[in-house]
Design a protein around this ligand. Structure first.
Ligand code: AP5
Length: 213
């Protein structure tokens, strides 16, 4: 079963993807994580990617489609969770073609709906474990012991360079201009299933589980 988690920055895509990986053995393909790995490589491409990401703009379709293609052919599991991909109509078409080439298809597109004001709160309080990637929030999901990851015990926590108000404004603009047309695109194909992302994490998880069956 292959699914897309679609939603604006901070909607909870990564949080929900991690749950599905743990409970269902699915493979999370996050283009944001892949690009963060590319930027830390220090290559010319990595430097360009870093500039674009920090400004909150979208990286070119060519780069992200290439990254997804590489992962689709090398990873195996109980289906793929596309987290933060596709983000443009060209990426959506490329994904359909790539899955078709592998004899696979898309099961469902889950749209996580969250109000803009709430997104600002979520992004500004987010931090993650540098070692295992567990996602936390200063107010809504702090670590049990201060500064220690609940999942792996690491004490190295990081905040993303693009989690600031200016970048977030651009990221939201990019979402509404380039990514939100995908809502209509997948609705017309009959694949779209919206969930209320304003609910608590566990309730959002339950809504997604109910859709996936
Ligand atoms: P990416 O890493 O994909 O970032 P994003 O889409 O902006 O999404 P986020 O990771 O910010 O949020 P999320 O929805 O995963 O929320 P999370 O679960 O962390 O992309 C970064 C950049 O890379 C882009 O700007 C672009 O430059 C580039 N890029 C990536 N993919 C690309 C593509 N396909 N094409 C071109 N460029 C691309 O949750 C957020 C916070 O809220 C956390 O603190 C969490 O604890 C909390 N939270 C989660 N759920 C709830 C809840 N239900 N209630 C309360 N708090 C909650």
């Amino acid at each position: 079963m292959n699914i897309i988690l679609l939603g604006p920055p901070g909607a909870g895509k990564g949080t929900q993807a991690r749950h599905l990986v743990e409970t269902r053995g699915m493979v999370q393909l996050s283009t944001g994580d892949m690009l963060r790995a590319a930027r830390s490589s220090g290559t010319e491409m990595g430097k360009k990617v870093a500039e674009i990401m920090d400004a909150g703009k979208l990286v070119t379709d060519e780069i992200v489609i290439g990254l997804i293609e590489e992962q689709l052919t090398s990873q195996k599991g109980a289906g793929f969770i596309f987290d933060g991909f596709p983000r443009t109509l060209a990426q959506a078409d490329a994904l359909a073609a790539l899955l078709g080439k592998l004899g696979q298809s898309l099961h469902t597109v889950i749209e996580i709906r969250v109000d803009d004001e709430e997104l600002v709160k979520r992004i500004s309080g987010r931090f993650t474990c540098a070692k295992c990637g567990e996602v936390y929030h200063d107010e809504t999901r702090p670590t049990k012991a201060e500064g220690v990851c609940d999942a792996c015990g690491s004490t190295e926590m990081v905040r993303r360079a693009d989690d600031n108000e200016d970048s977030l404004r651009t990221r939201l603009m990019e979402y509404y201009k380039k990514t939100s047309p995908l809502i209509g695109y997948y609705y017309a194909k009959g694949d779209l299933r919206p969930v209320n992302g304003m609910a608590e994490v566990k309730q959002v998880t339950a809504s997604i589980e109910a859709i996936l069956g």
